[in-house]
Write a protein that binds this ligand. Structure first.
Ligand SMILES: C[S@@+](CC[C@H](N)C(=O)[O-])C[C@H]1O[C@@H](n2cnc3c(N)ncnc32)[C@H](O)[C@@H]1O
Length: 277
């Protein structure tokens, strides 16, 4: 007989996973979760969900939990996704930040979650191509995600055509080596420009290392959280940011629906949220 994954197993597992990651699986995701859990139960040689669940709850190394996280996160992303936000960054937001910075002060941009790297690399390309002050200012780009597989991919920087197809041809030629018709590798200078780090946003030991951030890109992650974890995330971002810093969310996400910690700023390219001074 095959391994069973009952309604109550799903309930137990989703609470456990939610406490670890903030990600809440609605009922409609039961089949998605079940398929992946059964695969891991079989691959780790356990005979039932109960045995496997005990194993992950008491697994001090957390290796198996990481395997599950890597299987259960949705990592969809691509270069120049919602590019009007990068336009807003180089045409408005960075100029405002530059105005109130001391000379020689660093500007810190944090892409969280960065998935396989397309977002932070897009930010870097936008800065190099379209922000005239880039040669005068020291900009750091930090990029984090909970999923170790996507971070490995980000560091390797090899993408298929689907990922890069929104890039104008001249930028594809300039910033990538073409390995084959469907494989493009980002140039080493860009790989070295991004500081990729593994992070579970809700791990207080990890998130307290992120401070003095001027711009956050937090796009397409809050949609997987419930209201409580969205509020926690907003508080974590608030603590990580410099006063006056900006935060970009995905097009279906809204900070005003979560809390009133941030001011709404309307630019011609859309809404951005700002931590008050
Ligand atoms: C759909 S991708 C978004 C990527 C990119 N920001 C974009 O919009 O194209 C969502 C990412 O959120 C990450 N994620 C989910 N929960 C997380 C958490 N608690 N801490 C850090 N990253 C998390 C997932 O691993 C996944 O790579």
């Amino acid at each position: 007989m095959g391994i069973e994954f009952t309604r109550s197993d799903f309930e137990k597992f989703r609470q456990f996973f939610y406490r670890k990651t903030g990600i809440f699986f609605p009922d409609s995701k039961k089949d998605f979760v079940e398929k992946r859990i059964i695969k891991r139960i079989e691959e780790t040689g356990h005979s039932s969900f109960r045995a496997y669940f005990n194993f992950i709850r008491f697994d001090r190394s957390s290796d198996e939990i990481q395997n599950l996280i890597n299987l259960l996160t949705i990592n969809e992303t691509y270069f120049f996704r919602e590019k009007y936000q990068f336009e807003c960054l180089v045409e408005n937001v960075l100029n405002e930040i530059y105005e109130y910075k001391e000379p020689d002060e660093v500007i810190r941009i944090w892409s969280i979650p960065c998935s396989s790297g397309e977002e932070p690399y897009s930010i870097a390309i936008y800065l190099l191509e379209y922000w005239p002050l880039i040669d005068e200012v020291d900009v750091e780009i930090i990029a984090s995600d909970i999923d170790t597989n996507v971070l490995d991919k980000a560091k390797k920087g090899i993408y298929n055509y689907r990922s890069v197809k929104n890039l104008p041809k001249h930028l594809l030629r300039k910033y990538f080596k073409k390995l084959s018709n469907d494989r493009y590798e980002i140039i080493d200078d860009l790989k070295e420009a991004i500081d990729f780090r593994q992070l579970n946003l809700f791990d207080p030991r990890q998130n307290k290392e992120y401070r003095y951030i001027d711009v956050i890109f937090c796009r397409n992650m809050l949609i997987y959280f419930d209201d409580e974890s969205r509020l926690k995330a907003a508080q974590i971002f608030y603590d990580a940011m410099n006063p006056g810093g900006f935060i970009f969310l995905g097009h279906s996400e809204s900070m005003s629906r979560i809390c009133s910690l941030f001011k709404v700023r309307k630019f011609k390219q859309g809404i951005v949220y700002q931590k008050p001074f």
